[in-house]
Design a protein. Structure first.
Length: 279
């Protein structure tokens, strides 16, 4: 039984690592095609390549969500606190991944950041802002219509998130209900194998897998709709920022873990030294 569980976890981690590697591979292509568009070298062929790349990236996300759905039916709880994630990443998880509403925060952050950059460029060149490829090449170029659509979508997605959060809260509360709680109380030995409990936990795993699938579908749906609202190069900038944020968060989490372990060791050695002095 333990071996089977480990194999499932290895398959899930392998799926995740493939996904992270694919995100890294897409970054140079996004940078290259976006730079061409911004440098006024845009043509029909470049625009076509950029749209094809965006479709591939959306396709990547859909395929990854499908693989997760298949693997979660065998063991869904792994996705709610993955061993392959850092504690920092797990602390930020919502339903086995990022909150779909965080995509909008990223759009707003990029919009404000790029607007600030444009103002700085203008102040450095009072004679006129250098061309950056025309409208629709930066998230600071979002129109009032685009912003209105994004805001409406944002409100809807938050409502969907809240509904799903209530579902998972109810599922978590079930762990303290009949039959699990009563069996735990009545058994003489803590944690003794029990068929009734196994059946209840299997049912809970199935429900968790279903919720994970719904959450992944909402993430994909949100990503697709945001990309539809943005121009191709705006969408490329958005996806590029999202990928870099995801990859960076993993690296930052790893570095923080390493520093934390080193601090514990140093603290332990210091305490040991002080204790020896007292003796």
């Amino acid at each position: 039984m333990g071996s089977s569980k480990k194999n499932i976890e290895e398959a899930q981690e392998s799926c995740y690592q493939e996904w992270m590697n694919l995100q890294s591979q897409r970054i140079p292509d996004l940078k290259h095609l976006s730079a061409q568009r911004r440098s006024n070298k845009a043509n029909t062929d470049n625009d076509k390549k950029l749209r094809e790349l965006l479709e591939k990236i959306i396709g990547d996300f859909k395929i990854y969500a499908g693989k997760r759905a298949d693997l979660s039916h065998r063991c869904s709880s792994n996705y709610y606190a993955p061993s392959w994630n850092t504690p920092l990443e797990n602390a930020l998880l919502w339903m086995g991944g990022c909150r779909p509403s965080s995509f909008f925060r990223l759009v707003y952050a990029l919009c404000g950041s790029e607007t600030e950059i444009r103002v700085t460029q203008y102040l450095r060149d009072i004679d006129g802002l250098e061309s950056s490829g025309g409208m629709g090449t930066s998230l600071s170029d979002l129109t009032a219509e685009q912003l209105a659509k994004i805001n409406i979508l944002h409100v809807k997605i938050i409502e969907d998130e809240e509904k799903m959060t209530k579902k998972v809260a109810s599922l978590q509360e079930d762990a303290a209900d009949i039959p699990i709680a009563t069996v735990a109380y009545e058994e003489e030995h803590v944690g003794k194998p029990n068929m009734v409990v196994d059946q209840a936990l299997d049912k809970q795993e199935e429900s968790m897998a279903k919720l994970l699938g719904e959450a992944d579908n909402l993430r994909v749906e949100t990503l697709v709709k945001i990309v539809e609202i943005l121009s191709p190069v705006e969408a490329a900038n958005f996806l590029l920022a999202g990928k870099k944020l995801h990859l960076s968060m993993h690296e930052w989490g790893t570095m923080r873990d390493r520093r934390r372990r080193e601090c514990i060791i140093e603290g332990g050695d210091k305490a040991k030294g002080e204790e020896e002095k007292k003796q």
